[in-house]
Write a protein that binds this ligand. Structure first.
Ligand code: URA
Length: 288
């Protein structure tokens, strides 16, 4: 017989398995059996007596489970201020609103009230920035993970600790750099943000850069590099290079490098990141 303690252990290892696999965000109060829904006969219809091909008027209906609670989040495809808005409209909306902000505090408040990105509805917190916005250097990562989502600040987990060590190796810390992400809400289960989500959020990070006004930006990983430089190159090709970035009336530079999360998975590549960080130090010292 299975004891209560065995049952509890099984449940914990089942949950651990899901967390390990990245399934760590609850999107609804109740589970949905999507496979069962696809297979089961539509609700309210008697099973077909004889198999015959369904005509267009008999296209199988989706079997909807009755809602037990009012939904907490808007439907997955709701973008912008109205449910009818499309992702590109949400991006235009975001651009117009972001441009009007006059300070980083205003921009953060605007983002906190912006409903145009569906990621907001699955995230626990807005993850706006950390570090010193008055510094000459800004790091831009991809999107918050579970630790950042819980704490509400970027680069707080294992990749954040590695980033701190890399900064320390060239004499920097969070008082000498400003840190943000392309997307300020955690994608569920740590998946990559979609191109739509990036394009909706991009006007905000562009405004964040304008308001922080750094002399140099370091893009960590491919999504940040591609979004801010426009390159289509993968990060292993794009890294270690400077790209021009127009900031108001000045042209500053972006340096692309490897994301610390990638370095945790591929420690042998740290030597490339070390090269990039030495180049960063040289740029800050006016030697590159
Ligand atoms: N990875 C990122 O790109 N950003 C974070 O804030 C944390 C992990």
């Amino acid at each position: 017989m299975t004891s209560h303690a065995d049952g509890e252990r099984d449940l914990i290892s089942y949950l651990d398995f899901h967390v390990e696999a990245g399934v760590d965000a609850a999107l609804d109060e109740h589970p949905h059996d999507r496979f069962g829904e696809a297979e089961a006969p539509p609700l309210g219809r008697a099973p077909a007596r004889a198999a015959r091909p369904a005509g267009p008027e008999e296209a199988p209906q989706r079997r909807e489970l009755p809602p037990r609670d009012a939904p907490k989040a808007p439907p997955a495809q709701t973008y912008g201020r109205s449910a009818a808005a499309k992702p590109d409209e949400a991006a235009v909306d975001a651009r117009a609103q972001a441009k009007e902000t006059r300070s980083l505090e205003e921009l953060e408040a605007l983002l906190a009230g912006f409903d145009g990105c569906p990621l907001k509805f699955t995230a626990k917190n807005l993850v706006f920035a950390d570090g010193n916005p008055a510094s000459r250097l800004m790091f831009v990562g991809e999107a918050p993970g579970a630790d950042e989502d819980r704490i509400g600040k970027p680069f707080m987990g294992r990749s954040g600790q590695l980033l701190d060590r890399m900064m320390k190796a060239i004499g920097l810390d969070r008082s000498s750099a400003y840190v943000a992400n392309i997307v300020p809400w955690r994608p569920p289960g740590n998946r990559n943000p979609t191109p739509q989500e990036v394009s909706i959020c991009k006007p905000f990070v562009e405004r964040q850069i304008e308001l922080a006004d750094p002399d140099l930006i370091v893009c960590l990983g491919s999504p940040a590099t591609q979004a801010l430089t426009g390159t289509k190159d993968g990060i292993l090709k794009a890294r270690g290079r400077f790209y021009p970035y127009t900031l108001g009336t000045r042209e500053i530079r972006i340096l692309a490098t490897l994301h610390p999360a990638y370095l945790l998975r591929q420690p042998v590549q740290k030597r490339l990141a070390w090269r990039d960080f030495r180049l960063l130090r040289a740029a800050l010292d006016g030697r590159a």
